[in-house]
Design a binder for this molecule. Structure first.
Ligand code: ADP
Length: 871
């Protein structure tokens, strides 16, 4: 591999033409790392080299003039790119736009090879199969503000999905959390930009330009048919398209017509709730241990991506949910149908991503092969499903999306070999019989190769060297090879052979008739390659002409996969179809937590199913009981049931009757979050504040040990006030788990609050956790019994027991830490109490920072304070 080229890269203090070219390209690349193509390598220089060498763990060297550099082989650049992108970098690729030979022809022997940035690779603009997760979407999100609204544009260019939405500031967090973007961009100065957003020139976010761009892109005179977008959405779209333009250097990737999203179409779930419920990602990162992982029985990448999107954005409209459920029910009821559909889908390639690569100009014959097979599979499924009687409405909607590709399938079937390659350099992907001229060229090549094989025998006979061989390599082409000891006779001028090369043990020759045949093979081969390339171009064009319809087919297949997969999961786990009610109720019988259940049953234990019954006049459940008793599990399983039901799936329960949830909140008391390394109590309070501000009567809130991140008195006080506020002000459905036994006193005053506990029993001095929910408060906390269960030494346990006895006798005497709480005014009255009066003297004192004062300032301050005190 040639690491150096004959370009004049060195040159001390003088800036060589090559370095001038490098600097110009680097200026264009801005804050991206620049991959600068030199021969078979991409080189990085200066700080880029330092960053890349550290990130990729490759040697940092330096050029003659001391400039730091490192490089990666071009043929394996993808792997290195993947690591840089994963580490949060963006990379501009400057490739050679001509060969060294072309450069010489153009500008003489010293000419510099032309280079240009051909692409900018960023986390949100990937289409390479190797760099993408087949089972996850890859969103690029652009945010803008116009006319007092926030616009959000999101594109997954690996499949062409494209969404626009106008978002109230309060829902932005939830929307961003839903998308989990690989990359977010925002206009410089945009007030609500998330911390990791990449700032862009605000001029790129121009709504008028955005509108014009969209119209041109989709060839329409008005955008009304897509949903009539507002200024903010158009501005975000403008920013997104400008960014994609730059990434593709003018070549726009695949975008389907934009779909308009209304945040109100979905259950809103903010980032903290997603994390806490582990919807699509477990807290340790990764999919394992998440709800998605426990539910996913899809058999295709596209199905898995759609299920992740569904679970990440449960629906808020009953009709749409029921339509999805009807399809699932059909697959539940008809096992044979489900099985056969899943078998067919398993065999279907990922046509969504194949068309994405083709549109991005990075498609290969293999992608066309995938389209052919995938579309053919879709066609077969269509025929099969069409014969089905009594079809669910959603299926009737999907069926038309699955057909209509007959001509394209036919073309690709005729044109391509059964397993087309990714690499086009060797040709051989166009099928025989598709183009007689190509077949003819291949025939000539074949004849030539046969003639060459015949020559070998002839030469052996003529020279008497039985070990003589005709070989081929990239440098010499066809040549004759003999062992060195046989070479002498062939060296003679009259032998008819021309010497080409002497190596350690062998000598290589050419001969006129071999040359002639080789020329024939070479020419036929080159012509055949050119003919194949021309066909490839036509075939790609034919596929691209149908790109939107192909994307729709991909979506339809994914929807079938999701529904059949959910049905499969339901059967496997004896799940039930949820029913929906108008009033905000939440009635679950025999509910289970799919992730914990799997973990518990894996250890041979039995998972205990529990009921939950929230009704408008009994909408707040306070759950007490020992640690490890199953409180968190119970809370979460109900939140997960709400998510699954509104995503259009069956739920892990014997029966479920739910009023639709508009927003879902889940918060866990601080100490459970320690692993996440944040200022935990602060986070807990910020998150609790968000719930109190946002939860409506149709929301579902689960609060797990809120208040435990601080001292007992503070914690109890906060938990107390939060329960009151949720009950009186938000009036949402709420499950509240706590170890503050004192909170149970609230039941006396809050009508819609009821008490429940997870059961435990002490048996022969040991604690038995039953994981079973029962009415009423827990009789005691069992803390020491839990500690024993955890293996605390007997001496420590004994000591704890005597400390507890002392504390409890103290409590009996004073009424405990909740003594006096009965006299508190109700929440509404207390909240309306006037704020304490302002004390100017105290404020002035607070404002003084003694460390920052000189003695003179201190004296002045003292005088001021005295004057204030005198009023
Ligand atoms: P808590 O919140 O009360 O401390 P958790 O909900 O975290 O308790 O549950 C502790 C453990 O108990 C879980 O990890 C699980 O192993 C087990 N568990 C919880 N709920 C159940 C259940 N319903 N059936 C069986 N085991 C359960």
């Amino acid at each position: 591999m040639a690491r150096t080229t004959n370009e004049n890269g060195g040159g001390g203090a003088n800036v060589t033409p090559m370095m001038a070219q490098y600097h110009a390209l680097k200026a264009e690349a801005q804050d991206c790392l620049l991959f600068y193509r030199m021969g078979d390598f991409f080189e990085l220089f200066f700080d880029d080299a330092k960053i890349a060498s550290a990130c990729l763990d490759i040697a940092l060297t330096s050029r003659g003039d001391g400039v730091p550099m490192c490089g990666v082989p071009a043929h394996s650049a993808e792997g290195y790119l993947a690591r840089l992108i994963k580490a949060g970098h963006r990379v501009a690729i400057a490739d050679q736009t001509e060969t060294p030979a072309e450069a010489k022809k153009r500008g003489g022997s010293k000419a510099l090879v032309g280079r240009a940035i051909v692409r900018v690779v960023t986390a949100g603009t990937l289409t390479e199969e190797a760099l993408l997760d087949a089972r996850a979407a890859n969103w690029l999100v652009a945010l803008a503000e116009a006319g007092g609204q926030i616009g959000l544009a999101a594109a997954d260019i690996s499949t062409g999905r494209f969404e626009l939405a106008a978002i109230p500031a309060g829902s932005l967090d939830a929307e961003l959390a839903r998308l989990g973007a690989a990359e977010t961009i925002a206009a410089d100065g945009f007030a609500f930009a998330p911390a990791d957003a990449i700032s862009q020139d605000p001029r790129a976010f121009d709504s008028t330009a955005g509108e014009a761009r969209l119209k041109a892109l989709f060839g329409v005179a008005t955008l009304d048919s897509f949903g009539g977008f507002g200024r903010a959405e158009l501005a975000a779209a403008a920013g997104l398209l400008a960014y994609l333009d730059r990434a593709g250097q003018g070549k726009l990737p695949f975008l389907q017509p934009p779909a308009r999203r209304h945040p109100a179409d979905h259950m809103l779930i903010d980032a903290a709730t997603r994390d806490s419920l582990e919807l699509t990602q477990a807290q340790g990162g990764g999919r394992k241990g998440s709800l998605l992982d426990a539910v996913d029985r899809t058999v295709t990448g596209a199905g898995a991506r759609m299920l992740a999107a569904d679970i990440g954005a449960p629906l808020a409209e009953r009709l749409v949910i029921e339509a999805r459920l009807d399809l699932v029910t059909r697959f539940v009821d008809d096992g044979g149908l489900r099985e056969s559909i899943r078998t067919n889908l398993k065999a279907a390639p990922d046509i969504g991503r194949a068309i994405g690569r083709l549109v991005a100009g990075r498609g290969s014959p293999r992608d066309l092969g995938l389209l052919r097979d995938g579309l053919d599979e879709a066609h077969g499924l269509h025929e099969r499903l069409l014969r089905l009687g009594d079809r669910p409405a959603l299926l009737d909607q999907l069926l038309p999306q699955m057909r209509g590709h007959g001509a394209l399938i036919d073309l690709l079937t005729r044109a391509l070999v059964p397993q087309p390659p990714i690499d086009t350099a060797q040709g051989g992907y166009i099928a025989e019989g598709y183009d007689p001229a190509l077949d003819d060229l291949r025939g000539q090549g074949g004849e030539g190769r046969r003639a060459i094989a015949a020559l070998e025998a002839r030469y052996r006979e003529a020279t008497g060297i039985t070990s003589l061989k005709i070989r081929h390599n990239g440098v010499l082409g066809y040549h004759i090879e003999v062992q060195a000891k046989h070479a002498d006779p062939l060296m003679r001028p009259e032998s008819g052979f021309t010497h080409r090369q002497t190596l350690a043990g062998v000598v290589r020759f050419n001969a006129p008739d071999l040359h002639e045949q080789a020329l024939r093979v070479g020419q036929a081969g080159a012509h055949a390659l050119a003919a194949e390339a021309a066909h490839l171009e036509e075939l790609v064009a034919a596929a691209l002409a149908c790109k939107t319809a192909i994307a729709a087919t991909a979506d339809a297949l994914a929807r079938l996969d999701v529904a059949a997969g959910l049905a499969e999961r339901a059967i496997e786990g004896h799940w039930c179809r949820p029913a929906f009610a108008e009033e905000p109720c939440f009635e679950v019988e025999g509910g289970r937590h799919p992730v914990v259940e799997a973990a518990v049953t894996a250890t041979g234990e039995r998972f205990v199913a529990n009921d939950c019954q929230l009704l408008p006049d009994r909408r707040l459940w306070l759950v007490t009981g020992p640690n490890m008793g199953g409180k968190s599990t119970f809370l979460r399983q109900n939140a997960l049931i709400a998510v699954l039901a509104q995503a259009g799936g069956y739920v892990p329960a014997a029966s479920a009757r739910l009023g639709l949830v508009d927003r879902l909140f889940s918060r866990v008391g601080a100490s459970d979050n320690l692993a996440r390394g944040r200022s935990t109590f602060m986070v807990e309070m910020v998150e609790t504040a968000a719930i109190l501000a946002q939860a409506t009567e149709r929301s579902l809130v689960i609060l797990d040990e809120v208040g435990r991140g601080t001292s007992t008195y503070d914690g109890l006080a906060i938990a107390w006030a939060v329960v009151e506020a949720v009950h009186d002000i938000n009036r949402c459905r709420c499950l509240f788990a706590t170890h503050y036994h004192e909170l149970t006193r609230l039941a006396e005053r809050l009508d819609a609050l009821s008490l429940h506990h997870v059961r435990a029993r002490e048996w022969k001095g040991d604690l038995v956790l039953l994981h079973e929910l029962a009415d009423g408060p827990a009789d005691r906390s069992y803390g020491i019994a839990v500690a024993k269960l955890a293996g605390l030494p007997p001496a420590v346990l004994g000591r704890a027991q005597s400390v507890l006895a002392k504390l409890e006798s103290g409590r009996a005497a004073t009424g405990g830490i909740a003594a006096g709480l009965d006299d508190l005014p109700l929440f509404a009255a207390a909240a309306a109490a006037p704020p304490p009066p302002v004390d100017p003297l105290r404020e002035a004192l607070d404002a003084i920072l003694p460390d920052a004062l000189s003695p003179r300032d201190a004296l002045d301050a003292l005088y001021r304070l005295k004057t204030l005190a005198e009023g």
